[in-house]
Design a protein around this ligand. Sequence first.
Ligand code: HEM
Length: 398
Amino acid sequence: MAIEVNLDLPEALQNPTEYFAAARERGNIQWSSHHNAWMVLDHPGVEEGLRDAERLSSDKSATFARAARGQSEAFATAVSMLDSWMNFRDEPEHERLRAPVRRAFTPRAVSSLATEIQMIVDSTLDGMDRSAADLSHDFARPIPALVIGAVLGVPPGDRHRFYQWSHDLGQLTFAVNPGGAPADEVGCAATEFIAFFNELIERERSEPTGSLLSTIVASSGGMTPLELVGACTILLFAGHETTTTLLVNTLGHLLTHRETLAWLRAHPEAMETAVDEFMRVMGPARTLTRKVSVDHERGGHELWRGQNVFLCVAAANHDPGVFANPAALDLTRDPNPHLGFGWGPHYCLGANLARLEAAIALRTLLERFDTIEPRGDILPPRASALGYGRRPLPARLG
Ligand code: HEM
C-alpha cells in the first residue's frame, strides 16, 4: 500500500527498507503534508539534490535573523556566529568559509591523530565502572568531544567542558524555531565559549601548537574573528553529536545482536567496511534539509521558491537500485556508496576523522573485553525526523 512519508514513525526507523519501498510507490519525489516538505526518496535523486546547490539552498540567514530579533546581545551574538557556519551558507560564502577548514582536514593530518585518539579511548575505558557501565554516557558521549579538543589543540584538562557547550549549541541549531531556544542558557554558553575560543586562536597565532586549528588559523586571512570562532564551534558541534550517535547506534546494535558482535570480534580486519555499513544502516543524519531557491521542475513536480525539501538519506541508503539486499547488515559491503556523510559541495569535512574515531573506539572495546553484555533492557533507537534521540546503553564488561 502506498503511504505518505512520515519520518517520525517508528516503522521508518525499524524497517527502513520496507517502509521506504512502500513510500516510493507514491513516487521518488512526493509532498509530505506532515513535514510540509518535498521528500526525495531515491539514491540518485538525493545525490543529485545534494549536488544541486544552485537551486536547493542551505542558507539559513533569514531564519537566524528572525531568531536574533529582540533578544539579548549575548544570544544575538550566538545566532550570528551560527550564521557564519559554512553548512548554513551558499556559494560564494560557503567556499570562503570552508577553504581554511578543508586545508586542515587533509588525510595525512587526520591519520596523524590516530595515536592521540587511541590514548583518549584507552583512558576513557580505564575510567569506566565495568560492572555498571553506560556505554552511551561513559563511552560514546565523551570520546568525540575529547577528540575535537585534540583537533583544536585544547589542553586535555579543558576538553571536558566541550560536552556542555555542544549541548547548549544544540538547543539553538536543532530548534525548529531557533528564536524559541532558552535565551539565557544559550547566551551564557555563547559568551563563555566565544571567550575560550578567542583565547585559543590568539595562542595559535602567537605560538602555533601544530594542531589542525593551527592550519585553520594560518589560512583564515579572509575570515572575521567571529567567523573563526564559528569555524571552531562548527567542528565541536558537527563532530560531537553525530559521532556520538553513530557509536550509540552501533553499540546498541552490538549489545542486542550477539551474532554481529561475535562476527566483528572474529574479523577485526573488517572494521573499516563495518563502520561504513553501520553508517549506511543506522547513520546519524536521516535527512538533510534544503530550501528551493529557484522555481524548477524535479521528478515531474513543480517546486516553488521557498518550499522545503527533505533529501532523505535514510531512504537513499536503503534503495534496492543501488544496494543489493539493503535490509541486510553486511559488514563486508564494498563498495558502499551511502550518503550518510552527505555529498557534493557540503560533503562532511570530518568524514575520515569520524571513521577513524569509530574504528579505534570499537576495535579497542572489543580487544579489551571478552564479555560485553547488556545489563537489563536496551531501549530501541528513538526517531526524530532529522536524526536520533538519546538513550542509555547499560552494559557489563569483563
Ligand atoms: C559520524 C559522524 C558524522 C556524521 C554522520 C556527519 C555527517 C555530516 C553530513 C551529512 C554533512 C553534510 C550536511 C549537509 O549537506 O547539509 C556534514 C557536514 C559537515 N561535517 Fe560532518 N559528520 C560527522 C562527523 C564530523 C566530524 C568529526 C567533523 C569535524 C570535526 C565534521 C565536520 C563537518 C563540517 C565542517 C561540515 C560542513 C561542511 C560544509 O557545509 O561544507 N563532521 N557532516
